[in-house]
Design a protein around this ligand. Structure first.
Ligand SMILES: Cc1ncc(CN)c(N)n1
Length: 231
C-alpha cells in the first residue's frame, strides 16, 4: 500500500501552482500584458507588432542555445523517469519550426531581420538566459525558467483565441503558434517535470527556482513593454 503523503510532499508536488498564486500579480502582468490585450481586442498597433516580431526572432535564437544547455543538464542530472529528454527534444524541434516561422512572418510583414538591433530589454533577457547556461546552475532551476518562458507565451496567446475576442484575422496564425492545444500539452508536460524536480530538490534549489521564475516573469513584462515602445 502506498504511504499517505505528508502535507509537505503534497505542497511540493504542486509547487508551481502555489507559486503562481503567491506571485499572481506579476504572473498576470506577464500573461495579460496590454500588448496582448491589444491583440485580443483588435486595437494592436502594427508597428509594435513588427517590433515584437523582429526582437523575438533575435530572442529565439538565444533561447535555442539555452534549451540545448537544459538538455545537457537533463542528461547529467535527471533520472529521466518522466522522459525529460523526449519532451526537451520535442521543444527543440518546435523551436526549429519557430525560427522558420519568424522568417516567413518577417517577410510577410516587411520586417528586415538582418537589420534588427537587439533592444535593452532583449539584451538583458538574453544575458539572463546565458547566466542560466552555467554548469553551476542546477537542472531544477533551469527547467523551471524554461517552463515559465514557454508558459507565458502559451497563456498569453491562448487568451487571444478565446471565444468573443476581436483578434485581427492576420494575427490569428501568430496566436495559434503558441495558443494551440499541442503547445498547451507541451507546457503541461514541462510543468510536470518541474513539479517532479522540485519535489526532490533541496531547500536552496527550491529558493533559486522560485527566484528564476520571478526573473522570467519580470523579463517577459519588460519584453512586452519594449515591443510597445516603452523600454
Ligand atoms: C520573449 C519570449 N518568451 C517566450 C517565447 C516562447 N518560446 C518567445 N518566443 N519569446
Amino acid at each position: 500500500m502506498q504511504a499517505k503523503k505528508t502535507r509537505e510532499e503534497v505542497e511540493k508536488n504542486s509547487m508551481i501552482d502555489t507559486w503562481l498564486k503567491k506571485h499572481c500579480l506579476i504572473y498576470v502582468g506577464a500573461t495579460r500584458h496590454p500588448f496582448i490585450l491589444s491583440i485580443r481586442d483588435g486595437t494592436v498597433n502594427l508597428s509594435s507588432f513588427k517590433t515584437w516580431l523582429g526582437q523575438d526572432y533575435i530572442f529565439v535564437r538565444a533561447f535555442v542555445s539555452f534549451v540545448a544547455s537544459v538538455l545537457i543538464k537533463a542528461w547529467k542530472e535527471s533520472d529521466d523517469s518522466g522522459g525529460d529528454m523526449e519532451v526537451l527534444l520535442g521543444g527543440m524541434a518546435a523551436l526549429n519550426d519557430e525560427i522558420q516561422w519568424f522568417k516567413n512572418e518577417a517577410s510577410k510583414w516587411g520586417v528586415q531581420l538582418s537589420d534588427i538591433v537587439p533592444q535593452k530589454a532583449n539584451k538583458d533577457y538574453c544575458r539572463f538566459l546565458e547566466s542560466l547556461m552555467s554548469s553551476e546552475v542546477k537542472y531544477t532551476v533551469a527547467i523551471t525558467a524554461f517552463w515559465a518562458i514557454e508558459a507565458v507565451y502559451q497563456q498569453s496567446f491562448a487568451h487571444c483565441l478565446e471565444d468573443g475576442t476581436n483578434t485581427p484575422s492576420d494575427l490569428q496564425a501568430t496566436c495559434l503558434r503558441w495558443g494551440n492545444d499541442g503547445f498547451g500539452q507541451y507546457c503541461h508536460s514541462l510543468k510536470q517535470i518541474v513539479n517532479r524536480q522540485l519535489a526532490k530538490a533541496s531547500d536552496d534549489e527550491i529558493k533559486e527556482a522560485e527566484v528564476a521564475l520571478l526573473d522570467v516573469l519580470e523579463h517577459e513584462v519588460e519584453f512586452w513593454n519594449m515591443s510597445c515602445g516603452g523600454a
